[in-house]
Design a protein around this ligand. Structure first.
Ligand code: JAH
Length: 239
């Protein structure tokens, strides 16, 4: 998979080259390109924004600059992803879909966002997703790109040391993950739940699923409504 990011703050994407993601790049599991949008400006001031039609606060990113940047960076295999508070919610399911893509290009907006015609023009020749990572407004799309790239790349074969955990993590079965524990057995007078030291793996699996169901019901009840038909057996329903 190749990932390209276009931004006016390329240094903001430096964390992509650290730790797990950095190792995935070094091992050739992914290629990452970060591009300064100002490369595609033509005026002496290297302007990337202008006043909004219709008035209102803030500035809008110019279509010409973005159009030239996307013409250069995108190809026939590209899915274009534009982080925006007005986007569709980013989910684990989308991360799994993105992990199957050959080429992802992330367009990081700043100011009040990017002239809509950039997205409309791109959508004529490639799939374009306007995506939100949560109901809050950031200063730009870069932080959202770090989140989406991490959620996507960790799913690629060979990236995680222990691939099983990608299946078992939160949202893979539609539930939140329950609590985890490690040594010591008692810490600040708090003991590890007895069942986890029982060695009875049927009981442990049951306990873990009950914890996940209880946590999901109390923190994210709407996720229970989204579970595929038949996901909850009679015991689950009783939790
Ligand atoms: N859903 C999180 C998110 C994503 C992008 C932005 C954003 C803010 C300003 C300009 C361009 C994008 N804000 C929040």
């Amino acid at each position: 998979m190749r990932i390209d990011v276009i931004t006016i703050f390329p240094e903001y994407l430096d964390p992509l080259r650290a730790a797990l993601l950095g190792r995935a790049i070094d091992r050739g599991l992914i290629e990452v390109g970060v591009h300064d949008l100002r490369e595609w400006t033509h005026d002496v001031h290297r302007a990337v924004d202008d006043a909004p039609y219709g008035g209102g606060p803030g500035m809008v990113m110019k279509p010409q600059v973005w159009g030239d940047a996307l013409d250069t960076v995108c190809d026939e295999e590209t899915r274009l992803v534009v982080p925006t508070p007005a986007g569709r919610p980013f989910t684990q399911e989308m991360a799994r879909a993105y992990a199957r893509e050959k080429h992802l290009v992330f367009a990081c907006g700043r100011y009040e966002g990017i002239d809509q015609r950039v997205i409309d023009d791109a959508a004529r020749r490639m799939p374009v997703d306007e995506v939100s990572i949560g109901d809050y407004v950031l200063v730009g799309g870069e932080a959202a790109v770090l989140v989406m790239v991490e959620a996507t790349v960790r799913l690629l074969p060979g990236v995680l040391g222990n691939p099983v955990s990608a299946e078992q993590d939160s949202f893979s079965d539609g539930l939140l993950e329950g609590p985890s524990y490690t040594r010591p057995e008692v810490w600040r007078e708090l003991a590890v739940p007895e069942v986890l030291r029982s060695g009875n793996h049927a009981l442990i699996d049951r306990w873990r699923r009950d914890q996940a169901l209880e946590r999901t019901a109390s923190r994210r009840p709407e996720l229970l409504d989204r579970l595929p038909e038949g996901s909850l057996d009679a015991h689950d329903q009783a939790v």
